[in-house]
Design a protein around this ligand. Sequence first.
Ligand code: 2IT
Length: 449
Amino acid sequence: MNIHAYVSDFLDTQIKKDPAQKVFHQAVEEVVSSLSPVLEQSPVYVKEKILERIIEPERIISFRVPWQDDQGEIHVNRGFRVQFNSALGPYKGGIRFHESVNQDSLKFLGFEQTFKNSLTTLPLGGGKGGSDFDTRGKSDSEVMRFCHSFINELYHHIGYHTDIPAGDLGCGAREIGYMFGQYKKLTNDFTGAFTGKKPNWGGSLLRPEATGYGVAYFAQNMLATRQDSLKGKTCLVSGCGNVGIYAIEKLTQLGGKVVACMDYDGTIHDPDGINEEKLAFLKNLVFTRRGSLKEYAEHFPQARLLPGKKPWDIPCQVACPTACENELDEKAAKQLLKNGCQCVCEGSNMPCTPQATTILKESSILYSPGKASNAGGVAVSGLEMTQNSMRIYWTREEVDAYLQRIMKNIHESCLNAAAQYGQPGNYCAGANIAGFKKVADAMLDQGLV
Ligand code: 2IT
C-alpha cells in the first residue's frame, strides 16, 4: 500500500466530513503528517483503522448554561466536554472559558491532549471542555453563578474514575473552586474529581507553576543537547497568564533574561529583563488585581508598551509562545530566525501556524511542540490525582523533582522516537510518534470499543 496516498485520502475524507472544523483539522494534519514511517513499519495500525478511530472523540457532551448577572439579566452560554480518548486512563484535560470556544476548538484541544497525556507516562486519557463564556469583566459572584450552572449539567459526566477536568484559558483556581464546590454539593462526594484545586483543600503544591516551569525545563533539556544552557540568553514569552508568568519565573531562575510578555492590550518590552521585583509586580497585577500590562509600563519607565503588538520582532535567543493557538505566524517565524533565535519552545497548544511550523522544522534551530514542552501542567495534575488517592500531600521539592524527571523523560522519548523513525532532532515528529504509539497500542489491546 502507498502510505502517503492513504494518509492524504484519509485527511481529505476527514476535512469533507466537517469542513468548518479548521483548527481541529490543522491539529490532525500536524500529527498524522508525522506518522507515515510508523504506519509503514506497522501496517496493523492501518488494517485496524487506528487513524480513523483515534481522530473520532469517544463522546461529546453539549449543553445549555443559563445564568444571571448581577443586575438580574439572564444570559445563555454553551457548555461542552469532549471526552476524546480513554485508552490510557480516565479522560483528563482542562476547561477553557473564552469567547472563542466551540466544538472545533475543543476537538483540537482534546486531540492534542490525548497525545500530550500519553507522553507524560502517567495513566491519563485525553479530554477538554469549556464554554464560550468570558470571565473578563465579570464579578466574582457572576463567575460563581456561571460555574455552578455549568456544573449542574457537567456533574453527570465527570468523576474521579471517569473524567477529571482542570483549568485552562479563563479558568483558574477561582473557577475550579466554584465548580468543585457545586460538584461536591450535587454528588455528596469529596473526591479529586478536579485538579488545579487550592492546596488547602486537595490541590497539589506547584500545580499553578507546573506548565510554565515545565516549559523552561524542556528548553533547558533541548539546549543541553548542544552543550548550551539558558544562562545569559535573551528570552521572549508571549502570554501573561499562568503559563507565561511561571515560564518567566523559571527561565529567569535558570539564568535567562526575559525581555517581553504580552496580554490583550499588547506587548511590553523591558530590555533590562523582568527580574524578581518586576515579576512580583506582574503576579500581583495579573493574578490578584486582574489588571492590564499597561500598568507595568507605567510603573517601570524602562519598559515600553507596544500596543496591539506581539513580541516576535524583538531579538532573542529563546522564544516561548504561551498565549494561544496560531499566535506565531510565518512572518514571525522568519523574523525570529533572522534575529538569531536558537530555540522555540512552545508553551501554549499549537501556537505556530502550519507555515511557521514548517519554517521552524526546516531550520537548524531547536523547536519543540506544545504537546511535549507544555505537558508539565497536566503531569502535575496527574500527581495531584495520585496525592488525592493516597490522601497525602507532597512537598514542593518532591513535586518539582517529579516534574523535572517527567520533562526529561518526555524530551528523551521525543528524541528517541524521532531517531528511530529516521528524523533525528525533529521534536515534532518524535512527540507525535511517541504519543501516538502508546495510545494506538492500548487501543489495539482493548479491541473495537
Ligand atoms: O492544556 C493543558 O494541558 C491543560 N490545560 C492542563 C490540563 C490538566 O488536566 O491539567
